[in-house]
Design a binder for this molecule. Structure first.
Ligand code: GUN
Length: 300
C-alpha cells in the first residue's frame, strides 16, 4: 500500500523538534541558575584545522550561547602533542565553571582518542563516549548518552511511542552512533539487528525492519527497494557532495527520492537527525551540570 509513487512518507522534522528542545533547555538553564546560582558551562576542544570540524565546533559554541550557557572554545594547532592535550583536559576537569567537555573527533594521527576521552571525568563526558558512560549504557543504567543516538531515540519515541517488539535494523556499528543506538533500541524493547561492512545480504535484512537506521556515511546506500513499506527510516548519514557549479550540498545514506515513496516516516537530510545532535549536546551539558551539583551536595 505504500509502494505507489503517489505515496509520500511523513517527514520527521528534526529541525522543529530541536527548536522546541532548545526552547525548553533555555528555560531549564534559567531554573538551574535560580536553584544553584551557577550557569552551566561547556568546553569544546578542537585540535587541527579540519574545515568541517571548525564549522561544527563554532556552531556548537553559538548554540550553547543561544540557550544561555557559557561556552569555552579551545582551538589547538595540528602540532599539539598528546600530553599537551591531556594537560588541558585535566585543567578543564578541575575547573568548576566547566560542566561539560567535548573533544571534537577525529583527532590528528599521533593522538590516541581512547586515552583522551577516558581522561575526561565521566560526569563531564557530554559525548558519553568514555568507558564509564558506555558501561553504564550497556548495563541499562545510563547517565550521559551519546548525542546523536539520543537525538534518534527522542525522534523515534515522539513518532512511534511504544516500540516494544518492533524489529530495528541499524546499519553501521560505530562507537559514536551504531553501537549506542542499538543498546538504546534494545532497552526500548526492540528486536535489534546490527549490520556492518561484513554483513551478507544487507538488503534482505533491511527489508525486514520496522525501524531502519542508517549511519554509515555512504551516500545513497539505502535504496527504496531496501525498505519495508510503511517502515520508519532514520538517516544519520551526512555527506557533503560537490555539485558541478562549484557549490556543495549535504546528502544522507538513504536515496531519499526513492525511499519517500515506500517508507511510512522518514528523516530528511539536512533537517532530520543533524539538528538533534547539537540540541542533545546542550541537554547533556545540563544533565552533566545536574550530576555535578548532586555530587557536590553529597560531599558537603
Ligand atoms: N565528530 C563527529 N561527530 C562527533 C560527535 O558527536 N562528537 C565528537 N566529539 N566528535 C564528533
Amino acid at each position: 500500500m505504500h509502494t505507489s509513487s503517489s505515496h509520500q512518507a511523513t517527514l520527521i522534522d528534526g529541525k522543529a523538534y530541536a527548536a522546541a528542545l532548545h526552547q525548553r533547555i533555555r528555560q531549564d538553564v534559567i531554573d538551574f541558575h535560580e536553584l544553584y546560582g551557577v550557569t552551566p558551562g561547556l568546553a569544546v576542544v578542537l585540535v587541527g584545522n579540519d574545515p568541517a570540524s571548525e564549522i561544527y565546533v563554532r556552531n556548537k559554541a553559538l548554540q550553547t550561547h543561544h540557550v544561555g550557557m557559557r561556552s569555552f572554545m579551545h582551538m589547538l594547532p595540528e602540532t599539539t602533542s598528546e600530553s599537551e592535550l591531556l594537560d588541558l583536559i585535566k585543567q578543564l576537569n578541575a575547573d568548576p565553571a566547566i560542566h561539560g567537555i567535548l573533544v571534537q573527533l577525529p583527532l590528528p594521527s599521533g593522538i590516541e582518542p581512547h586515552r583522551i576521552i577516558n581522561t575526561i571525568l565521566p560526569e563531564k563526558d557530554v559525548d558519553g563516549l568514555g568507558e564509564v558512560n558506555v558501561g553504564r549504557l550497556a548495563s541499562n543504567r545510563p547517565s550521559i548518552i551519546p548525542c546523536t543516538p539520543l537525538g534518534c531515540l527522542l525522534l523515534l519515541r515522539d513518532q512511534l511511542g511504544d516500540m516494544t517488539g518492533q524489529h530495528a535494523v541499524v546499519i553501521g556499528c560505530s562507537h559514536l552512533v551504531g553501537k549506542p543506538l542499538s543498546l538504546l533500541l534494545l532497552a526500548e524493547g526492540c528486536t535489534v539487528s546490527i549490520a556492518h561492512i561484513h554483513t551478507r545480504n544487507i538488503e534482505a535484512l533491511a527489508k525486514q525492519a520496522d525501524i531502519l537506521v542508517s549511519a554509515t556515511g555512504c551516500h545513497g546506500l539505502v535504496r527504496g527497494t531496501w525498505i519495508k513499506p510503511g517502515a520508519t527510516v532514520i538517516d544519520v548519514g551526512i555527506t557533503r557532495l560537490k555539485t558541478p557549479d562549484g557549490t556543495s550540498r549535504i546528502v544522507g545514506d538513504v536515496a531519499f527520492d526513492e525511499a519517500v515513496h515506500v517508507a511510512g516516516r522518514i528523516t530528511p537530510v539536512p533537517g532530520g537527525v543533524g539538528p538533534m545532535t547539537i540540541a542533545c549536546l546542550l541537554e547533556n551539558t545540563l544533565t552533566a551540570a545536574r550530576l555535578q551539583m548532586k555530587e557536590s551536595s553529597i560531599c558537603t
